[in-house]
Design a protein. Sequence first.
Length: 477
Amino acid sequence: MIGAVKLRFRRPPDPPKRRGAAHAITDQHWSSPRTMILAAGGAAIGFNNFWQFPSLLREHGGAVFLVAYLFCVLVIGLPLLTAEFMLGQQGQGSPVSTFRRLAQRVRADRNWTLVGVLCVLAGFLVLSYLSVIAGWTLAFTARAALGEFVGQTADGIASIFGALVRDPEKQLFWYTLFVLSLIPVAGRGVRMGLEASVRVAVPLLLVLLGALVAYAAAMDRSLQSLEQFLVLDFTRFTWHSMLYAMTQAFFSLGLGAGVMMMFGAYAHHELKVARVAFWVVAIDVSVGLVAAFVIGAVLTIGAVEMASGPRLLFQQLPLAFDHLPLGRMASTLFFLVLVMSAWVSGIAFFEPVVAWVAERRDGSRWRSAWTCGAALWATGLVMMLSFHPWAFSFRFFDTVKKLGLFDVAQILTSQALMPVAGIFIALFAGWRIRVSQSREALAMQSPCLFDAWLWLARLVTPVLLVLMLINLNQLYA
């Protein structure tokens, strides 16, 4: 079988044989819907749930923002996630081969394949700077366990973090360790690698997060932080708040990066992907709310102000934990949660790239995993060096960016590649796939639910994504 695949790839391009080769790569499937839910749900539990969602809740009206966010999840996140799962399930290949195969099947323009290319490129770039941040979490886990934050002031912890990000040599070990941890998982394939990993990692992540919830709830004044998040404050909710709700609903699920489409490719044709999409969204929203409670409680009881982004995770929270009972243990536990979250997201974002390279070469997972791992390490090294030796400033609209290619990669993925890919994914699923085919693929029990999904994918989701794309620059001005 392997030899036959190699012979097919050595011959001149031939559509039937390329289709067979692609299927040889994706001939493994999830063993159960539960495993797919664990994999996709774990991939959705990213840094956005920890370093952005809590501050958004507090700064944009509490429960008012939560309602807006849930609305955006229902009209943007859930329909688009369902569309990605469905397309992957029908295409049974990497995002590139999925769009190529489905475009041929429905006799659409072959340029639809470029949407798959956008997804793979976006996912690869996201993973390149995600790996750098994951290296920080590994380093801070070790520092928290060794007690380096005990007795530190705010300036002291800020200097520890600043020394780490400005010194490539200090980052290189942790960053390389993280990248190397992704390669064996991808090389072992779906059943032995990806599925075996998420079966252990995601439940462990949820257990550790549950332990943090118990820790925060056991302390006095923990409910006070919850009240701050759930208060109805319409005065703080603006048009920018709605934009933030859209971006959180879109980016927290990892949409437009090919990950969910790739996971759909490993789903059996009889698996009901619409139901899987619902549970993945439920996991993502629940983890976001739990993270907001834990972080809010720790900051409130530790008497530290709320922030967002890396400053929240790597400066404010270590300081707040140091003010609490068992703070050293709790901060170590918290950074372990971040490490597990980054690792599960990392193996998910790595999968579409490896699958695509395997399709284009000889089908060898191990060879493709090492090739992609080397490319990822080199690209991430450029991102890492952008913090000090290769840093340069540039103006993006009304904002001055100072982190060189790291900022360029973030802007390119978040304000171009991923939203554009999401728009075209919704349009392709809604307008190019035959209604009878998508109805059969989704197998929704209620015809009204299918009609709602169809017109959300056709009109509402693309329009809202276009509005989000046009106005994204306002959020960073």
